[in-house]
Design a protein around this ligand. Structure first.
Ligand SMILES: [Zn+2]
Ligand SMILES: [Zn+2]
Length: 317
């Protein structure tokens, strides 16, 4: 089993390791009041290149960030050249960001029964892992795929592919399988299914796999964060174990509970509402878990994201 310590150690390495001096950025925790321990941020744009992302995270007062390392809706692959990696690490070192994640391409379906699509997905997923390693990004967030034919076969194909990719791209990036809303044949909408998926990833690669809980997705999948907050986490804990929780996506939901529709809303302004986010921000079990928002950016990403992070920080006190 992966342990919290292991997952967090990876996060710490991503936050500090390659820059060498763990204490270096502690004085830079501006804008964070006494909540500097929180790992809180947003999915930020890489428009103009990955080295531009850290500055955008800094502008919203983030201590965690998520980004794409390529155009997420295209198959075209790329590798990160040394100059890009250097510029990214330098830009990141000028921020208070201590946890970094990349979200993989939406086209990847490691569960596909179509051998051509699955091979293409596997190659693309491996390239995602290589870019994370090159940039020093701690986590790669990936959606379990769509099974298309039958669920058990889809899970087996997905788990096997994750194992193959981690075999071919050794390193320390933690793969975070994201909980989904479960529309159509999408896998990963229940804790039980996520436990089966991760349990089927061969050792030792299973140690590098954890879960990303997206609040909007699990709510749309049916989990009642509003009226049974404790019950939801009790089920997570019983089924997967809290040590397996690596990351949180904090999003409110435009879609009602159980709708299986993935529609993100501003924090506290959707069907989930303010209260569960207050619970999350004060939950001792979740303090050390990096949290990023993927909420609508409205007219101005910087202004909106900054406002959402301020709102979440206000819930934490
Ligand atoms: Zn996602
Ligand atoms: Zn998400």
């Amino acid at each position: 089993m992966v342990t919290r310590k292991k997952v967090m150690a990876r996060g710490s390495r991503g936050r500090q390791g390659r820059r060498g001096d763990p204490g270096k950025n502690v004085d830079n925790l501006d804008d964070l009041d006494d909540l500097g321990h929180l790992l809180l941020g947003a999915h930020v744009s890489t428009a103009g290149g990955t080295p531009n992302a850290p500055g955008r995270a800094k502008a919203i007062g983030a201590t965690a960030m998520q980004m794409f390392s390529k155009q997420a809706s295209r198959w075209a692959e790329r590798e990160c050249e040394e100059e890009e990696c250097r510029a990214f690490v330098t830009a990141l070192s000028d921020t208070s960001v201590r946890a970094t994640a990349a979200h993989d391409s939406y086209l990847i379906n490691l569960a596909s029964p179509d051998p051509v699509l699955r091979a293409r997905s596997l190659a693309s997923f491996e390239a995602e892992l290589r870019r994370c390693e090159a940039l020093g990004i701690g986590y790669l967030v990936s959606h379990p795929g769509n099974f298309m034919d039958d669920r058990a076969s889809g899970l087996a194909r997905n788990a096997e592919a994750i194992g193959m990719a981690l075999e071919r791209v050794p390193g320390r990036v933690v793969v975070l399988m994201e909980m989904t809303a479960g529309s159509g044949t999408a896998l990963g909408a229940t804790f039980e299914e996520m436990a089966s998926l991760i349990g089927a990833v061969p050792m030792p690669h299973r140690e590098r796999v954890a879960v990303c809980v997206d609040t909007a997705h699990i709510f749309a999948a049916g989990y009642d964060l509003v009226d049974d907050y404790e019950g939801v986490w009790a089920r997570f804990s019983d089924t997967l174990g809290m040590d397996r929780l690596g990351f949180l996506h904090l999003n409110d939901s435009k879609a009602p509970r159980g709708s299986h529709r993935d529609r993100h809303e501003l924090i506290g302004e959707g069907a989930i509402g303010e209260r569960p986010f207050r619970s999350i921000m004060t939950d001792e079990r979740l303090v050390a878990i990096p949290k990023v928002i993927e909420t609508p950016k409205l007219d101005d990403a910087e202004t909106t994201d900054r406002r959402m992070l301020e709102r979440l920080r206000s819930y934490a006190v």
